[in-house]
Design a protein. Structure first.
Length: 403
């Protein structure tokens, strides 16, 4: 009797729930812990099928589990244990670990189920899982923020690098400008000063021949200064974005003949500009002033860098697809190492020596041609001459007319 009383006391005071069922699955006993877990009184469940404490689908399958075990003796839960869900009186569910033991008595077999409530553990797991998810989300947000910061820093670095590069280029341009200006302005001004002094001397002697000679030198010097200032003005207008092409229709041959006549006046001794046009049409639609400036620049360079007794070939061509303008000389040519820098402002090839120039002309030609959707190409061989080509493809902005 003492043993039975001890066993009963243990069961009644056990922390885990304990339920016993018979071979048909009917509840024979339930301890207070199990009653608290399922929110039933003993009277409400004893004699009922234990499936009443189970949610679907276990509720419908429980009797089959018992029959299968009784027939095969292959346990699914008995002697093994697993996590399952229980259903309280109010229909709410809770998790628990179920361990089932088979108890063989003298006249029958019963099954004892030991129920360990896992609600707190699951809640803790859920909290940990939620916390982990929040941490992952926070880490992802921080990672994205860090990536944005890194990208911003990289962009800032690139912008600073570009600014430094631009500043470096600007300083180089300033250096070239100072060097070029100090030389190009000093030379014609010195010539003007000297010629003026000599004119004064020859005027006293009434030496008309020498007076005219030095007057022409002054005119040439002033012309050079005017060309330099015009280049500066053109560059300043380009940099300020104040040059906008005005497309009008005009006769290319007529313009080219006028330019040839004007430029022939400033050629060296026995230099001749040979102009030739190819094509049935001569009417084109471009900015006449910009194109004239380009052609004059190229012919002026051909004159400057070619010797006396030479020919300068000036050709124009109008086809159904494009307009092509070429200027070819037999002058000093452009060194191969300098050719990649040729269109940079203030750049002059190393073989120009004392030949005057600003290093702006070709940069202006390239930019004027670009404003009219044209391209500038060149071929050059040292001491064998240079050929420049400006081409304009026929498109909606340069709609050449055929007449």
């Amino acid at each position: 009797m003492r043993s039975e009383a001890l066993l009963k006391a243990i069961i009644e005071n056990a922390i885990d729930g304990i339920i016993t069922i018979n071979e048909r699955g009917l509840i024979e006993s339930i301890n207070p812990s199990a009653c608290r877990l399922f929110a039933y009184t003993p009277e409400e469940v004893i004699g009922k099928n234990v499936s009443a404490l189970m949610p679907s689908p276990d509720k419908q399958k429980h009797d089959d589990y018992i029959r299968r075990y009784q027939q095969t003796h292959q346990p699914k839960i008995i002697g093994i244990g697993r996590e399952v869900k229980g259903q309280r009186k109010d229909g709410s569910l809770f998790p628990f670990r179920l361990a089932v033991s088979e108890v063989v008595l003298a006249d029958r077999v019963i099954y004892a189920g030991f129920i360990n409530d896992l609600s707190r553990e699951k809640e803790a797991e859920d909290r940990i899982r939620n916390h982990a998810a929040q941490l992952e989300e926070l880490v992802e947000e921080r990672t994205l923020s860090l990536r944005k910061t890194v990208r911003a820093l990289q962009q800032a670095k690139e912008e600073v690098s570009q600014s430094l590069e631009k500043e470096k280029e600007l300083n180089q341009l300033k250096s070239r400008f100072v060097s070029m200006a100090s030389h190009e302005f000093r030379t014609p001004l010195s010539s003007v000063q000297l010629s003026a002094s000599l004119i004064e001397k020859y005027a006293a002697q009434e030496d008309i021949k020498n007076i005219n000679k030095h007057v022409n030198k002054i005119k040439n010097a002033v012309g050079n200064l005017t060309a330099i200032l015009n280049d500066f003005l053109s560059l300043e207008r380009l940099e300020a974005g104040r040059v906008e092409p005005t497309f009008t229709e005009f006769d290319l041959v007529m313009l080219s003949e006028e330019i040839t006549e004007e430029m022939q006046l400033i050629t060296k001794q026995n230099q001749n500009i040979i102009y030739e046009h190819t094509g049935l049409s001569s009417m084109i639609t471009l900015d006449q002033n910009l194109l004239k400036n380009c052609i004059i620049n190229l012919i002026a360079n051909a004159i400057k860098y070619s010797g006396e007794n030479t020919f300068i070939e000036f050709n124009t061509e109008v086809t159904s697809e494009e307009v092509i303008i070429t200027v070819k000389d037999n002058g000093i040519g452009i060194p191969a190492a300098d050719q990649k820098h040729l269109f940079q402002p203030f750049f002059r090839a190393h073989n120009t020596g004392s030949i005057p120039g600003t290093g702006l002309g070709l940069n202006i030609v390239m930019r004027y041609a670009g404003l009219m959707n044209g391209n500038v190409d060149f071929e050059s061989t040292i001491n064998k001459g240079t050929k420049f080509t400006i081409s304009f493809l026929k498109d909606e902005k340069t709609n050449y007319s055929n007449h």
